[in-house]
Design a binder for this molecule. Structure first.
Ligand code: DP6
Length: 406
């Protein structure tokens, strides 16, 4: 019996992948770039055990057993890594042995928090460790067939997924743009508006966009290539202003395409729009761009912000979106926020540039037409992080091939 346990990160797209040119191989119509998040705050953890005694391949996700169907994305990943292992002449685990897989996320599944990306990246990385094969670009083509965005979670830092041009998808690979250490003070606040399962999955939504949106082709041909080049320059130069502008514009454009889809895919809600408004007001009031929002296929906001500006931004978020949670540990999750040493206080205790009492703030609240309290369920503070890694055996989610809870 052989067993490995690994963890893999979530990634958040800065330039969004939206639309496929091949459904089964999961080949995208445009390049995308993402940032990998720290695994301490958000990650998938997977244990795979292979044994000659197992009768069938089995998989448990968050303790619930899934069907291991022949034609599933899961099976395609398993067969893909086994084929690579066979070519590499791997001896690590007999390729004919069946596998038992247990996987867990330390955050809500399918809530627009990129759980499928972390999950499939972890599956493919763990299989590669099991069969003793290295992390190569080719491995990213297998993770891609689990969930497109998963190929980007095989690396840390900033990652580009190339759409590729070949019909077999062999050039549709993920490649690191810069490591996490290149821009270590790049932090993220995830404002969780709703962590329930989303109504229209990304897979279905993007299918509908490709067949019905009249704007999507212009995005693919003209806008994304320019943005990819400019974003890579901004990342290399650690130019937050340009990074932020591209991030926000691409998020807005993705949701414009979603609305141009027929029937439309509506992922953002009123609270999401209030967050957009808040970020623009905040940036205007601070006189420079300190925060950049992006939204995936759900209402939750990811706000990029440099470490030195986190405390100040968070203080403003808590004023504009107050929460009366008595349990701050549950409400403010993830990295600790260092004291607001960099915020100057006025004689009345208000912070400089505070937008709390401005007309703009009232506008944000007015947009919602409700008492603006408890609109955010919780906030996760995290930062740019590294790629997947193998964990020691004490982290195993399987005992003798069965989940711990059995
Ligand atoms: C909006 O990778 O979840 O998050 O390939 O069909 O599994 P499938 O879709 P998925 O789509 C992610 C869409 C997005 C943008 C992004 O992550 O680039």
């Amino acid at each position: 019996m052989l067993s490995v346990t690994c963890k893999a990160p979530v990634n958040i797209a800065i330039i969004k992948y939206w639309g496929k040119r091949h459904e089964e191989l999961i080949l995208p119509i445009n390049d995308s770039i993402s940032m990998t998040l720290g695994t301490n705050e958000l990650c998938a953890k997977t244990t795979i055990t292979a044994s000659e005694k197992f009768q069938h391949n089995r998989m448990w996700l968050n303790d619930e057993e899934l069907l291991f169907e022949e034609d599933s994305r899961l099976m395609r990943c398993l067969k893909g890594v086994q084929r690579l292992a066979h070519i590499n002449g791997s001896q690590e685990a007999s390729l004919s042995w069946k596998v038992h897989i247990a996987s867990r996320n330390n955050f809500p599944t399918a809530a627009g928090l990129a759980s499928s990306a972390a999950g499939y990246a972890c599956l493919v990385y763990s299989l590669a460790r099991l069969y003793g094969i290295p992390l190569t670009e080719e491995l990213t083509t297998i993770a891609r067939q689990g969930s497109g965005s998963a190929c980007r979670s095989l690396f840390g830092g900033f990652v580009q997924w190339h759409r590729g041009v070949l019909d077999d998808g062999s050039d549709s690979v993920a490649e690191p743009v810069a490591s996490a250490q290149h821009w270590p003070n790049m932090h993220v606040l995830i404002l969780v508006v709703n962590d329930e399962r989303k109504k229209t999955s990304s897979t279905k939504g993007m299918q509908r966009s490709v067949t019905t949106s009249q704007l999507i082709q212009h995005r693919v041909d003209k806008l994304v290539p320019e943005r990819i080049a400019n974003l890579k320059k901004a990342i290399k130069a650690r130019d937050f202003q340009s990074f932020a502008e591209i991030t926000m514009k691409d998020s807005n454009q993705f949701h414009a395409i979603a609305l141009d889809t027929y029937p439309p895919c509506v992922y953002m809600n009123d609270v999401s729009h209030a967050i957009v408004n808040f970020v623009h007001t905040y940036n205007k009031t601070t006189g420079t761009v300190h925060a950049a929002y992006t939204f995936d296929a759900g209402p939750n906001a990811c706000i990029y912000v440099l470490k030195e500006n986190v405390a100040k931004l968070l203080a403003e978020i808590q004023k504009v979106f107050p929460h009366d949670s008595i349990d701050t540990v549950e409400y403010l999750r993830g990295l600790a926020v260092s004291p607001e040493s960099n915020i100057e206080q006025n004689s009345d205790g208000a912070t400089d540039n505070s937008i709390h009492t401005t007309a703009e703030h009232r506008k944000v609240n007015g947009m919602l037409n409700v008492q603006p309290k408890n609109l955010l369920k919780y906030i996760i503070h995290t930062k740019v992080g590294d790629g997947p890694c193998q964990l020691s055996d004490d982290n195993s989610l399987l005992i003798n091939g069965l989940p711990l809870s059995h």
